[in-house]
Design a binder for this molecule. Structure first.
Ligand code: PMP
Length: 284
Protein backbone atom coordinates (compact mmCIF):
# COMPACT_ATOMS: atom_id res chain seq x y z
CA UNK A 1 0.00 0.00 0.00
CA UNK A 2 0.88 3.66 -0.29
CA UNK A 3 2.13 5.82 2.55
CA UNK A 4 1.99 9.55 3.28
CA UNK A 5 5.27 11.32 3.98
CA UNK A 6 4.88 15.07 4.36
CA UNK A 7 2.53 16.21 1.61
CA UNK A 8 3.22 13.28 -0.72
CA UNK A 9 1.74 9.84 -1.23
CA UNK A 10 4.59 7.39 -1.89
CA UNK A 11 5.34 3.70 -2.19
CA UNK A 12 6.51 2.24 1.12
CA UNK A 13 10.07 1.46 -0.08
CA UNK A 14 10.45 5.13 -0.98
CA UNK A 15 9.76 6.30 2.58
CA UNK A 16 12.89 6.79 4.66
CA UNK A 17 12.85 8.14 8.19
CA UNK A 18 16.03 9.61 9.63
CA UNK A 19 17.88 7.76 12.41
CA UNK A 20 17.82 11.00 14.39
CA UNK A 21 14.14 11.64 13.96
CA UNK A 22 12.99 12.90 17.37
CA UNK A 23 9.98 10.60 17.25
CA UNK A 24 12.37 7.64 17.10
CA UNK A 25 14.79 8.88 19.74
CA UNK A 26 12.57 10.75 22.20
CA UNK A 27 9.00 9.76 21.36
CA UNK A 28 8.78 13.47 20.58
CA UNK A 29 5.56 13.52 18.61
CA UNK A 30 1.85 12.83 18.57
CA UNK A 31 -0.43 10.41 16.73
CA UNK A 32 -3.97 9.41 15.84
CA UNK A 33 -5.82 6.33 14.68
CA UNK A 34 -8.92 6.85 12.55
CA UNK A 35 -11.39 4.09 11.71
CA UNK A 36 -12.48 3.41 8.16
CA UNK A 37 -15.95 1.93 7.69
CA UNK A 38 -17.14 1.15 4.18
CA UNK A 39 -14.33 3.27 2.75
CA UNK A 40 -15.38 6.31 4.85
CA UNK A 41 -13.25 7.90 7.54
CA UNK A 42 -15.31 7.87 10.75
CA UNK A 43 -15.21 11.07 12.91
CA UNK A 44 -12.26 12.26 10.88
CA UNK A 45 -12.56 15.92 11.77
CA UNK A 46 -12.58 15.13 15.48
CA UNK A 47 -9.40 13.05 15.15
CA UNK A 48 -7.57 15.65 13.07
CA UNK A 49 -8.62 18.37 15.51
CA UNK A 50 -7.30 16.28 18.40
CA UNK A 51 -4.00 15.70 16.56
CA UNK A 52 -3.56 19.45 16.19
CA UNK A 53 -4.58 19.98 19.82
CA UNK A 54 -2.04 17.36 21.01
CA UNK A 55 0.66 18.97 18.84
CA UNK A 56 -0.11 22.40 20.28
CA UNK A 57 0.19 21.06 23.83
CA UNK A 58 3.77 19.91 23.11
CA UNK A 59 4.57 23.12 21.16
CA UNK A 60 4.92 21.19 17.91
CA UNK A 61 4.17 23.11 14.73
CA UNK A 62 2.69 20.63 12.24
CA UNK A 63 3.25 23.17 9.43
CA UNK A 64 0.36 21.82 7.38
CA UNK A 65 -3.25 22.97 7.34
CA UNK A 66 -5.78 20.51 8.82
CA UNK A 67 -7.74 20.70 5.55
CA UNK A 68 -4.70 19.60 3.54
CA UNK A 69 -4.03 16.76 5.97
CA UNK A 70 -7.65 15.65 5.71
CA UNK A 71 -7.51 15.64 1.91
CA UNK A 72 -4.24 13.67 1.90
CA UNK A 73 -5.64 11.03 4.26
CA UNK A 74 -8.84 10.71 2.21
CA UNK A 75 -6.77 10.26 -0.95
CA UNK A 76 -4.62 7.62 0.78
CA UNK A 77 -7.67 5.60 1.84
CA UNK A 78 -8.96 5.74 -1.76
CA UNK A 79 -5.59 4.82 -3.29
CA UNK A 80 -5.18 1.86 -0.93
CA UNK A 81 -8.84 0.86 -1.50
CA UNK A 82 -9.45 0.42 2.24
CA UNK A 83 -13.00 -0.74 2.93
CA UNK A 84 -12.88 -1.67 6.64
CA UNK A 85 -9.67 -0.68 8.36
CA UNK A 86 -7.83 2.20 9.93
CA UNK A 87 -5.39 4.98 9.26
CA UNK A 88 -2.42 5.47 11.57
CA UNK A 89 -0.98 8.99 11.42
CA UNK A 90 1.78 10.62 13.37
CA UNK A 91 3.71 13.84 13.50
CA UNK A 92 7.17 14.09 15.02
CA UNK A 93 9.33 17.12 15.73
CA UNK A 94 11.60 15.96 12.89
CA UNK A 95 15.26 15.06 12.50
CA UNK A 96 18.05 16.96 14.22
CA UNK A 97 21.31 16.08 16.03
CA UNK A 98 20.30 14.38 19.25
CA UNK A 99 19.86 16.81 22.10
CA UNK A 100 16.87 17.18 24.38
CA UNK A 101 15.98 20.78 23.60
CA UNK A 102 13.94 21.62 20.53
CA UNK A 103 15.84 22.19 17.26
CA UNK A 104 16.49 25.91 16.69
CA UNK A 105 14.31 27.53 14.01
CA UNK A 106 17.50 28.30 12.03
CA UNK A 107 18.25 24.55 11.75
CA UNK A 108 15.31 24.26 9.35
CA UNK A 109 14.15 21.08 11.08
CA UNK A 110 10.57 20.43 10.01
CA UNK A 111 7.86 18.31 11.58
CA UNK A 112 7.59 14.89 9.91
CA UNK A 113 4.06 13.74 9.08
CA UNK A 114 3.54 10.11 8.12
CA UNK A 115 0.39 8.03 7.67
CA UNK A 116 -0.46 4.56 6.45
CA UNK A 117 -3.51 2.32 6.30
CA UNK A 118 -4.39 -1.07 7.75
CA UNK A 119 -7.17 -3.46 6.86
CA UNK A 120 -9.00 -4.31 10.10
CA UNK A 121 -12.39 -6.01 10.36
CA UNK A 122 -14.80 -4.96 13.10
CA UNK A 123 -14.20 -7.19 16.17
CA UNK A 124 -17.59 -8.90 15.76
CA UNK A 125 -17.25 -11.89 18.10
CA UNK A 126 -15.65 -9.87 20.90
CA UNK A 127 -18.35 -7.21 20.59
CA UNK A 128 -20.94 -9.98 20.83
CA UNK A 129 -19.41 -12.02 23.68
CA UNK A 130 -17.42 -9.43 25.60
CA UNK A 131 -13.80 -9.57 26.74
CA UNK A 132 -11.83 -10.00 29.95
CA UNK A 133 -9.68 -7.39 31.65
CA UNK A 134 -7.12 -7.14 34.40
CA UNK A 135 -6.47 -4.09 36.55
CA UNK A 136 -3.03 -2.51 36.73
CA UNK A 137 -1.43 0.50 38.34
CA UNK A 138 -1.43 3.59 36.13
CA UNK A 139 2.26 4.53 36.08
CA UNK A 140 1.96 7.13 33.29
CA UNK A 141 2.85 10.81 33.42
CA UNK A 142 0.36 13.53 34.33
CA UNK A 143 -0.52 14.66 30.79
CA UNK A 144 -2.48 11.68 29.55
CA UNK A 145 -4.75 14.14 27.70
CA UNK A 146 -1.97 14.40 25.09
CA UNK A 147 -1.95 11.59 22.52
CA UNK A 148 1.82 11.36 22.61
CA UNK A 149 4.07 8.72 21.03
CA UNK A 150 5.42 7.81 24.48
CA UNK A 151 3.46 4.64 25.12
CA UNK A 152 5.85 2.53 27.20
CA UNK A 153 3.61 2.34 30.30
CA UNK A 154 0.64 1.52 28.04
CA UNK A 155 2.68 -1.15 26.25
CA UNK A 156 3.72 -2.74 29.56
CA UNK A 157 0.16 -2.74 30.89
CA UNK A 158 -1.26 -4.20 27.67
CA UNK A 159 1.38 -6.95 27.69
CA UNK A 160 0.50 -7.78 31.28
CA UNK A 161 -3.12 -8.17 30.17
CA UNK A 162 -2.12 -10.31 27.19
CA UNK A 163 0.05 -12.52 29.40
CA UNK A 164 -3.01 -13.06 31.61
CA UNK A 165 -5.05 -14.02 28.55
CA UNK A 166 -6.99 -10.77 28.75
CA UNK A 167 -7.94 -8.11 26.22
CA UNK A 168 -7.25 -4.97 28.23
CA UNK A 169 -5.63 -3.60 31.36
CA UNK A 170 -7.86 -1.15 33.23
CA UNK A 171 -5.60 1.34 34.96
CA UNK A 172 -5.93 2.98 38.37
CA UNK A 173 -4.09 5.64 40.34
CA UNK A 174 -4.11 4.65 44.02
CA UNK A 175 -7.43 2.88 43.52
CA UNK A 176 -9.08 5.53 41.31
CA UNK A 177 -9.86 4.02 37.91
CA UNK A 178 -8.61 6.22 35.09
CA UNK A 179 -8.91 4.41 31.74
CA UNK A 180 -7.69 1.38 29.79
CA UNK A 181 -4.17 1.02 28.40
CA UNK A 182 -5.60 1.90 24.97
CA UNK A 183 -9.24 2.67 25.73
CA UNK A 184 -11.59 4.60 27.98
CA UNK A 185 -13.22 2.64 30.82
CA UNK A 186 -16.78 2.81 32.16
CA UNK A 187 -18.99 1.18 34.73
CA UNK A 188 -22.76 1.06 34.83
CA UNK A 189 -24.32 1.27 38.30
CA UNK A 190 -28.05 1.63 38.96
CA UNK A 191 -28.69 2.70 35.38
CA UNK A 192 -25.96 5.36 35.29
CA UNK A 193 -22.95 5.24 32.97
CA UNK A 194 -19.95 6.41 35.02
CA UNK A 195 -16.48 7.32 33.71
CA UNK A 196 -13.46 9.35 34.81
CA UNK A 197 -13.70 13.10 34.04
CA UNK A 198 -11.88 14.16 30.86
CA UNK A 199 -8.98 15.88 32.60
CA UNK A 200 -5.18 15.49 32.40
CA UNK A 201 -5.34 11.89 33.69
CA UNK A 202 -7.09 10.39 30.67
CA UNK A 203 -7.27 10.73 26.93
CA UNK A 204 -10.58 12.28 25.94
CA UNK A 205 -11.44 9.52 23.48
CA UNK A 206 -13.29 10.38 20.31
CA UNK A 207 -15.41 7.28 20.89
CA UNK A 208 -16.07 8.59 24.41
CA UNK A 209 -17.19 11.92 22.92
CA UNK A 210 -19.55 10.09 20.55
CA UNK A 211 -20.89 8.12 23.50
CA UNK A 212 -21.56 11.26 25.56
CA UNK A 213 -23.72 12.56 22.71
CA UNK A 214 -25.54 9.28 22.20
CA UNK A 215 -26.32 9.08 25.93
CA UNK A 216 -27.66 12.66 25.94
CA UNK A 217 -29.81 12.11 22.86
CA UNK A 218 -31.26 8.91 24.28
CA UNK A 219 -31.84 9.88 27.90
CA UNK A 220 -29.16 7.57 29.31
CA UNK A 221 -27.62 9.14 32.45
CA UNK A 222 -23.91 9.81 31.82
CA UNK A 223 -21.88 10.84 34.84
CA UNK A 224 -18.26 12.01 34.72
CA UNK A 225 -16.82 11.34 38.16
CA UNK A 226 -14.09 9.38 39.84
CA UNK A 227 -14.82 5.77 40.79
CA UNK A 228 -12.73 3.21 42.58
CA UNK A 229 -11.49 -0.33 41.99
CA UNK A 230 -14.16 -1.60 44.39
CA UNK A 231 -16.84 0.14 42.28
CA UNK A 232 -15.39 -1.65 39.26
CA UNK A 233 -15.66 -4.98 41.10
CA UNK A 234 -19.25 -4.24 42.16
CA UNK A 235 -20.45 -2.73 38.90
CA UNK A 236 -23.62 -3.93 37.17
CA UNK A 237 -21.81 -3.60 33.84
CA UNK A 238 -18.31 -2.71 32.66
CA UNK A 239 -17.26 -1.68 29.18
CA UNK A 240 -14.44 0.07 27.36
CA UNK A 241 -14.40 2.21 24.23
CA UNK A 242 -11.86 3.02 21.56
CA UNK A 243 -11.60 3.71 17.86
CA UNK A 244 -10.79 0.08 17.06
CA UNK A 245 -12.76 -1.62 19.87
CA UNK A 246 -15.91 0.56 19.60
CA UNK A 247 -18.17 -0.18 22.61
CA UNK A 248 -16.63 -3.35 24.03
CA UNK A 249 -18.33 -5.23 26.89
CA UNK A 250 -16.04 -6.41 29.72
CA UNK A 251 -17.44 -9.58 31.30
CA UNK A 252 -14.63 -10.39 33.76
CA UNK A 253 -12.25 -8.17 35.73
CA UNK A 254 -9.26 -9.81 37.45
CA UNK A 255 -10.98 -13.16 36.98
CA UNK A 256 -14.18 -12.03 38.72
CA UNK A 257 -17.44 -12.09 36.76
CA UNK A 258 -19.13 -8.73 36.07
CA UNK A 259 -22.90 -8.87 36.61
CA UNK A 260 -24.19 -12.18 35.30
CA UNK A 261 -21.11 -12.68 33.14
CA UNK A 262 -22.72 -11.55 29.89
CA UNK A 263 -22.70 -8.09 28.23
CA UNK A 264 -25.08 -5.82 30.16
CA UNK A 265 -28.32 -4.21 28.97
CA UNK A 266 -27.07 -0.63 28.80
CA UNK A 267 -23.83 -1.74 27.14
CA UNK A 268 -25.94 -3.51 24.49
CA UNK A 269 -28.07 -0.40 24.01
CA UNK A 270 -24.95 1.75 23.53
CA UNK A 271 -23.56 -0.78 21.05
CA UNK A 272 -26.80 -0.57 19.05
CA UNK A 273 -26.74 3.23 19.06
CA UNK A 274 -23.07 3.26 18.05
CA UNK A 275 -23.64 0.80 15.24
CA UNK A 276 -26.59 2.84 13.98
CA UNK A 277 -24.30 5.89 13.86
CA UNK A 278 -21.68 3.94 11.88
CA UNK A 279 -24.33 2.81 9.42
CA UNK A 280 -25.67 6.36 9.02
CA UNK A 281 -22.15 7.62 8.24
CA UNK A 282 -21.52 4.87 5.69
CA UNK A 283 -24.76 5.83 3.90
CA UNK A 284 -24.00 9.54 3.41
N1 PMP B 1 -7.23 6.17 26.12
C1 PMP B 1 -6.06 5.76 25.62
C2 PMP B 1 -4.87 5.74 26.50
C3 PMP B 1 -5.97 5.36 24.27
O1 PMP B 1 -4.79 4.97 23.75
C4 PMP B 1 -7.14 5.36 23.47
C5 PMP B 1 -7.09 4.87 22.05
N2 PMP B 1 -6.60 5.83 21.20
C6 PMP B 1 -8.35 5.80 24.04
C7 PMP B 1 -8.35 6.20 25.37
C8 PMP B 1 -9.61 5.86 23.22
O2 PMP B 1 -9.59 6.95 22.35
P1 PMP B 1 -10.38 6.94 20.98
O3 PMP B 1 -11.81 6.62 21.29
O4 PMP B 1 -10.21 8.30 20.44
O5 PMP B 1 -9.75 5.88 20.12
Amino acid sequence: GKIILGDQILDRPDVHIDLEDRGYQFGDGVYEVIRVYGGKLFTMKEHIDRLFASAKKIKLDISMAPEQMQKLVEDLVKENKVDFGSVYMQVTRGAAPRTHMFPKPASNTKAVFTAYTNVVPRPASQLENGVEAITAEDIRWLRCDIKSLNLLPNVLAKQEAADAGCFEAILHRSGIVTEGSSSNAYIVKNGEVITHPADHLILNGITRQVLVKLCKENGIPFVEKEFELKDLQNADEVFITSTTSEVMPVIKVDGKTVGDGTPGKITRKLQELFEAKINREIMV
